[in-house]
Design a protein around this ligand. Structure first.
Ligand code: ADP
Ligand code: MG
Length: 706
């Protein structure tokens, strides 16, 4: 295989303005510019479909069934009538294929369809068949005149992202397909291979040119599948390649402080260790200690479920810094969390006489000045805080280790600001997260970091027992709560609160509160919701913390930052309305004391398949990593809580929920290549070099537009 090593050749062709494509013209071009930001040939060829419809076979009306997600039928249009009034007005067309008669129904654009559809003509229709009153119908089918071209079926129709305006101007997926065909026919010679032959051979990937062709114009499931596999691999390979390159850059370019002395660490281990560390904690501490001794800057992610014991790991890591005349800081996303970390760390710090402080937005001016001074002269060894820590005025004598607790990912810019707090040598970085994220997501989101996981809870912890109950069983649930309260325990009852239906939910909460007060006339209750004033919230929370009230009826505001070890029962109402990771987070509010804890998930009798899987998963396991995997499968990678993935990892073809195997192979390949040929000097790696240059060029173009 030969490669054109002159990128300008490729560039010139794909930079051609879209109006020069056969069948496009200035008007359509303007539409494509406006609606889809498609300006050039290159933009169009990279306008990828998000799914493909199976148009390979024709179904018969007599053999339809309700399990079919969609069916394609060839037949003749019979008469059409409009029925109903106002919002229910619809156009009904009868359609027959010799095996039966079905109805096609339109609620929108009735006039247009009435005018343009021709009774007695032959059409191909496509859509989800539904049985209604004993007859099959399809609402808003995709409909197209039968032509010599389409009557044989046999293809997969790509479905492209489009806008309403484009559809109104008849630029639909099929129209895009037509342009794509024109473009692909003239592009072939200009499409450069982007992967080295070593990889296409090893993983039996089809060429880039073939992949683009079959992705846009697949003629069989097999060719479509091969095209997808090739494009996914390429996308993930470059995603990983750049992350790993970055990571290696850090390891080679940035020196790190060497923390070899272990005076305080030893003292703490020998005299003050409050419990035996779990194997997972020990393993992670080894990994961190090794990093701190290499002379390279550490960039490590520490994952661990709530309660897995991250605090002591963070503390011991800080001691390494302190032992070597350096300081440590911990930055948390909120004041509440900063305060919790401070309380947790201070317990340990006091044992050793280590000077620890807390700096947040609400720290008083006078106190703030003292902290600034002590950080600068080095007498304050550990500082815990919020964003207040990255302000320019906060200066250290010798900052050696930064720990960032991420609920959502802090920006890279913020990490960089912390690095800059030591002008001689960048401090080591440890990023902690309490929201376990699936392996594939971690690889792409944090692929530039080394990853450690505490995947084991301290011994003797009683796993929370989780059960599912229907609304109808509420009385027996209340009976159980009475028993637990009689034993001295406290209870949370949580109601969902979703912004769109806030009023309804507040009513749910109030109704719930009413029924709880009736069922527990002698039990003092607290109530907590987002509409309350801050001081009322604090007051109610305070009563519950002091065990003056026994049941806390609340919306999800209790999710973050509450620690009441005596509360051992979590009841979640309308559990079907919570996502998996949110259920897991809520459940994490109990199980903090020595007693057996329970989580009771209450749902309606009728629940969807997905809800059932969520509930079953909760009942089966307490393992946050396992739960995160199921969550990813259920929701797709777009919306995993705590990561805000969209925008961070823009994947057009690959899907992190499904493509774990491809991701692994792509990552491994990127690692191997970077290890053997970091500067991409070998001939076989030239496609990578060229493609990276092209990617950079595209990104510059984009940054100019947006
Ligand atoms: P998180 O990972 O949620 O920050 P913490 O560090 O707050 O967890 O630990 C949760 C609780 O478990 C704390 O009370 C802590 O003292 C305790 N703990 C941590 N590690 C161990 C251990 N190895 N053995 C027993 N208890 C532990
Ligand atoms: Mg913690």
């Amino acid at each position: 295989m030969t490669f054109d090593t002159n990128p300008s050749v490729r560039t010139r062709f794909f930079d051609t303005k879209i109006e020069f494509l056969r069948g496009v013209g200035p008007q359509k071009a303007a539409l494509l510019n406006q609606e889809l930001s498609i300006f050039t040939f290159g933009d169009l060829i990279q306008h990828y479909p998000f799914r493909h419809e199976d148009r390979t076979v024709f179904h018969q009306i007599s053999s339809l069934n309700e399990q079919m997600p969609a069916a394609q039928i060839k037949g003749r249009l019979r008469e059409m009538t409009t029925v109903g009034e106002g919002g229910k007005k619809r156009l009904v067309a009868y359609f027959s294929d010799g095996t039966g008669i079905m109805e096609l129904v339109w609620f929108q654009s009735i006039n247009w369809y009435e005018k343009s559809l021709r009774p007695n003509a032959e059409y191909i229709v496509y859509g989800k068949p539904v049985l209604f009153g004993g007859r099959w119908n399809i609402t808003h089918p995709d409909i197209e005149m039968l032509t010599q071209e389409n009557e044989r079926g046999g293809f997969w129709q790509p479905i492209y992202p489009l806008t309403e305006k484009l559809r109104r101007k008849f630029v639909d997926s099929r129209a895009i397909s037509k342009m794509m065909r024109s473009l692909l026919e003239i592009s072939r010679a200009h499409i450069r291979e982007t992967l080295p032959e070593t990889l296409t051979q090893k993983y039996r990937l089809i060429s880039k040119a073939d992949a683009l062709w079959h992705f846009h114009l697949p003629d069989s499931q097999k060719s479509l599948h091969q095209a997808q596999r090739r494009l996914k691999f390429e996308e993930l390979f470059y995603n990983q390649f750049r992350l790993i390159k970055n990571k290696l850059l850090h390891k080679t370019e940035y020196p790190g402080l060497v923390f070899s002395k272990t005076h305080l660490v030893k003292e703490f281990y020998e005299h003050f260790l409050p419990f035996q560390l779990t194997n997972a904690q020990i393993r992670v501490l080894h990994e961190i200690r090794e990093d701190l001794n290499t002379g390279k800057q550490m960039n490590r992610l520490l994952q661990g479920d709530v309660g897995s014991g991250k605090t002591i790991v963070a503390f011991i890591s800080m001691l390494f810094a302190l032992d070597n005349e350096a300081q440590a800081c911990l930055m948390a996303p909120t004041e509440i969390l900063a305060d919790q970390h401070y309380q947790g760390l201070k317990k340990f710090a006091d044992l050793l006489g280590v000077n620890i402080g807390k700096l947040t937005g609400s720290t008083k001016k006078k106190e703030r000045e003292i902290i600034h001074k002590q950080l600068l002269d080095g007498t304050m060894q550990i500082i815990v805080g919020t964003h207040a820590l990255i302000e320019d005025i906060v200066q250290f004598r010798n900052l050696g280790l930064c720990i960032i607790d991420e609920q959502h990912r802090f920006g890279v810019a913020q990490r960089a600001k912390l690095w800059a707090k030591n002008s001689r040598i960048n401090p080591h970085m440890l990023v902690m997260t309490a929201t376990p994220i699936p392996r594939t997501l971690a690889m792409t989101l944090y692929g530039d970091l080394d990853i450690s996981a505490i995947n084991e809870l301290p011994a003797g912890r009683k796993p929370i027992k989780t059960v599912h109950r229907y609304d109808a069983h509420r009385l027996s649930v209340f009976g159980f709560l009475k028993e637990e309260i009689a034993k001295g325990r406290q209870v949370y009852m949580v109601y969902p609160l979703i912004e769109e239906s806030e009023k309804m939910d507040l009513k749910d909460l109030m109704d719930g509160y009413e029924s709880v007060s009736r069922a527990f006339p002698d039990v003092p209750l607290s109530i907590l919701h987002g509409k309350m004033k801050a001081q009322d919230k604090d007051f109610e929370m305070g009563r519950f913390v002091r065990n003056e009230t026994k049941i806390m009826v609340a919306t999800t505001v209790i999710e973050v930052g509450v620690n009441v070890p005596n509360a051992s029962v979590m009841v979640i109402e309308n559990a079907e309305r919570f996502g998996l990771s949110q259920l897991h987070q809520l459940r994490g509010r109990v199980g903090r004391g020595a007693e057996q804890s329970y989580c009771i998930l209450i749902t309606d009798y009728k629940i969807s398949k997905d809800t059932k899987l969520r509930i079953e998963t909760m009942c089966r396991t307490n393992d946050g990593f396992e739960i995160a995997e199921v969550d990813l499968q259920l929701r797709g990678p777009g919306d995993i809580s705590g990561t805000q993935q969209s925008g961070l990892v823009d994947l057009l073809v690959a899907n992190l929920a499904q493509d774990g195997e491809i991701l692994k192979a792509a990552r491994q390949s990127a690692e191997e290549i970077l290890e053997k040929d970091p500067d991409l000097l070998e001939a076989v790696n030239q496609p990578i070099r060229l493609h990276l240059a092209n990617l950079r060029k595209e990104e510059t173009n984009w940054s100019r537009i947006s």
